[in-house]
Design a protein around this ligand. Structure first.
Ligand code: FVH
Length: 292
């Protein structure tokens, strides 16, 4: 399997929005690509661009040593690979799942004779094949697999190998997605506050982006404080002051007839920390309240 032609070929299972974007980059780079999708019509355009379409997932797996899956969820990976012979295969799973699912899937693949690498895609489809977009994939699991197929894996987007524990990629992927959810919650609330007023939303959006961009580096200080255990280190805006400001945020929501439901869970945690005597700290202690 170590000759140049084996290195330049792979199989891709799943041709949704992400799978199709990935496929196009491998075809454009000269890889011999075998594809399979549950709904065959989604493979037609790629066939015209040079992909080989397999009739079944098992046939697609048989075609190449390197097999990439980009499916909806972990259950669809199990469904798709149920009839495939994975002996001697290198399975790369780019399907978003939990760390626990990735660890179980790694053991499942090993039992079937395959090496396993899990991937968490930190990109949306238009970022694939566009190096300057900053997109990348977290990989964890078999280091040997990653090293052997590094060139092929680096075609669609950047790569970041984060460890032999197959769950690490999903852990970091989901941590970043969870932070993104919080950011979108904040953006939704901010737009709701201004939407019924005479505010040009297209002018408001860049203000929102630059404020969030200015505030995001606070994450560095949170990391330093969590490592040291001293949550007063370098405090600029202490928690007591921030929690006192919650009243203004809530009153503004009321004045604007906007539901505070996206804000109140976080505020409750901030206020608990203050009530517990941590008003002189940063908000870092909220992390401890979350650790059940
Ligand atoms: N698209 C995005 O913005 C995000 C970016 C970050 C990574 N995610 C994850 O990538 C996985 C694939 O996402 P996708 O965007 O390609 O998703 P869809 O367009 O909905 O395509 C889903 C594919 O999965 C196939 N599928 C679903 N269930 C089954 C099943 N039981 N057996 C076999 N295949 C299945 C589906 O097939 P079909 O509906 O065309 O027949 C599509 O190929 C995902 O984990 C994201 O979280 C994307």
């Amino acid at each position: 399997h170590d000759n140049a032609s084996a290195r330049k070929s792979l199989t891709l299972l799943g041709l949704g929005a992400m799978g199709t974007a990935l496929a196009r980059t491998w075809i454009a780079t000269g890889y011999s690509l075998t594809v399979w999708n549950r709904t065959p019509a989604r493979a037609e355009a790629l066939a015209a661009e040079g992909a080989t379409v397999a009739a079944t997932a098992a046939e697609a797996v048989a075609a190449n040593r390197l097999v990439v899956a980009c499916l909806l969820d972990d259950a669809s990976v199990g469904d798709t690979l149920a009839e495939a012979d994975l002996t001697g295969k290198d399975l790369v799973n780019l399907t978003t799942g939990t760390p626990g699912q990735a660890r179980e899937r790694a053991a499942w693949a090993r039992e079937r004779g395959a090496r396993f690498l899990d991937g968490g895609i930190m990109a949306v489809p238009p970022m694939i094949g566009v190096p300057e977009s900053g997109g990348y994939v977290f990989y964890s699991g078999s280091r040997a697999l990653f090293d052997e197929h590094r060139e092929a894996l680096a075609v669609p987007t950047g790569t970041d190998y984060v460890g032999e524990d197959a769950g690490f990629a999903a852990l970091q992927d989901v941590a970043l997605l969870s932070a993104m959810n919080g950011m979108f919650a904040g953006i939704s609330h901010a737009f709701a506050l201004v939407k019924r007023e005479d505010v040009e939303l297209a002018d408001f959006a860049p203000l929102l982006v630059s404020w969030l961009t200015a505030m995001a580096p606070a994450a560095h200080q949170t990391a330093v404080q969590l490592e040291s255990g001293d949550y007063t280190q370098g405090v600029v805006s202490n928690l007591a002051m921030q929690a006192a400001g919650n009243a203004t945020l809530l009153r503004t929501a009321e004045e604007q007839r906007v539901s505070p439901e996206l804000l109140t869970p976080f505020m409750a945690l901030m206020e608990r920390r203050v009530a517990d005597g941590h008003g002189d700290e940063d908000g870092t202690g909220v992390v401890d309240l979350l650790l059940k």
